[in-house]
Design a protein around this ligand. Structure first.
Ligand code: UD1
Length: 438
């Protein structure tokens, strides 16, 4: 297994460059299955999740080729004989569940494993299933699988209200609705930039969708979709992560540049909250410049669907709060139990406690390096971030979580002034015998 070793005596001076979005690339890959020939997606990050989803797609018959250096991925879905997404693959990555909408739309039938829970608790897919039923799909659950089929000639279409707002269900229902025979309406739909970019790609393929970026999506089904070449959008969570790293771990007064992100995708709440801490941020077309002040003010946040504060940035915000001169809270309204990083941050000395879905951080306590364990993707990057400000050496174990969503993080941070490297280790090795100081 690999770990990242971070030394806190270095400082982030930049610049940093944002790659393509994981959360947009995966639905774009699913959309290629609806096209009538080979499709290409550019600006695809070289991530474990992209490789996992490539395998899921290949399982059904299509070919997927990926050039990780060029960040270009091509799918030829002309042959799709096996409309199945098996448990062994879906359990590794929940986004594989997008195969349900894509396969139903493309083949009229699908057998897709239920994803199960994840590190931070249950993550239901009931809305995906109810929505497909509302659009006319016949769905049965058997032995951990969703068995779905459309009436002859395809889905009829229909109206479905998402409660709560769900990014995953919005994407899955769009995949199913765009080739339905009749019109469909998704109420209380997600408006995340990832959903909008994905919906625009479907439009380029010939789909008729109105309302992208709003809470009501109206779809008029079309017979066929065209294949094509699509450019993936920049990763807004990587941009937000880099911004928060610069706000936390750069030398005060030294501007850090972050390139190639789309700052509008951060949303207004994130920007306002960051400004309230006293961090100076200037947003230009493709470059965000962050200058850390001597002291940061504590600012509480609450996650919410876009345009609210992204749940994928709350763990990183928690670390930032550790460097402020007071007490503030982080409340996750999307996932109640998404705080697995907290006990690890406590091991580094952070003064932090969790009550219900709220973490309270008392800033200003210096952190000490230690060995810490990654539990999920965003938790692991928050531990790297904490290692950047901790005294001495921090080993972030089980970094495979981080590899799901950050491409070559150690290379990017290393080139930007951080002392960080990757090492292989044996998770089950006996610890060396130590003596206790008298
Ligand atoms: C969520 C985040 C997304 C983030 C991703 C990974 C939101 C709205 N979504 O997306 O930004 O990138 O986690 O961290 O912030 N739900 C149901 N039934 C369903 C589907 C969802 O009850 O069938 C609930 C979930 O439990 C959750 C909420 O709806 O409380 C939002 O879920 P959803 O947006 O679908 O989750 P992801 O797509 O994983």
């Amino acid at each position: 297994m690999d770990k990242l070793v971070v030394h806190g005596d270095s400082s982030l001076t930049g610049p940093l460059t944002v790659g393509g979005s994981k959360n947009t690339a995966l639905p774009l890959m699913a959309a290629t299955l609806l096209g009538d020939g080979p499709s290409t997606i550019t600006n695809v990050p070289d991530l474990r999740d992209v490789r996992t989803f490539s395998k899921v797609i290949r399982y059904g018959g299509p070919s997927v080729t990926f050039d990780p250096k060029a960040h270009t991925l091509s799918v030829d879905a002309t042959a799709l004989e096996t409309p199945v997404a098996p448990y062994e693959m879906v359990k590794k990555m929940r986004a594989s569940f997008y195969m349900l909408g894509a396969l139903l739309g493309r083949c009229g039938r699908a057998k897709v494993s239920l994803p199960g829970g994840c590190a931070w608790g249950p993550r239901p897919v009931d809305l995906h299933i109810k929505g497909m039923r509302a659009f006319g799909a016949d769905i049965e659950l058997d032995e951990g699988y969703v068995h779905a089929s459309t009436p002859p000639g395809g889905l009829e279409g229909g109206t479905f209200r998402l409660d709560p707002v769900s990014v995953g269900a919005t994407i899955n229902l769009l995949l199913a609705a765009v080739t339905a025979r009749g019109p469909s309406k998704i109420e209380n739909a997600a408006a995340e930039p990832d959903v909008v970019a994905f919906g625009r790609a479907l439009q380029e393929m010939g789909a008729q969708i109105d309302g992208l970026g709003t809470r009501t999506l109206e779809v008029q089904g079309v017979d066929r979709l065209r294949s094509g070449t699509f450019r993936n959008t920049p990763d807004r969570i990587e941009l937000g992560t880099f911004l928060l790293m610069a706000a936390t771990a750069s030398p005060p007064g030294t501007p850090v540049k972050i390139r190639k992100g789309t700052h509008e995708h951060l949303g207004p709440v994130f920007k306002d909250k960051l400004a309230a801490t006293g961090v100076d941020v200037s947003y230009d077309d493709e470059t965000v410049t962050v200058t850390r002040p001597d002291t940061l003010r504590p600012v509480s946040i609450e996650t919410a669907p876009f345009p609210g504060f992204a749940t994928d940035l709350q763990a990183q915000w928690t670390v930032l709060l550790g460097t402020t001169d007071g007490t503030a809270t982080v409340t996750d309204t999307i996932y109640d139990d998404r705080f697995k990083h907290v006990p690890e941050l406590q091991r580094l000395g952070m003064e932090i406690g969790v009550d219900g879905n709220t973490a309270t951080v008392r800033g200003g306590t210096p952190l000490q390096g230690a060995k810490v364990m990654s539990t999920d993707l965003r938790a692991s990057v928050s531990l790297v971030m904490a290692g950047m400000i901790a005294e001495g050496r921090t080993d972030v174990l089980r970094v495979y979580h981080l590899d799901r969503g950050y491409e070559a993080l150690e290379d990017k941070l290393g080139a930007a002034g951080v002392s960080i490297h990757r090492e292989a280790y044996d998770e089950f090795a006996e610890p060396e015998r130590e003596s206790v100081a008298e």
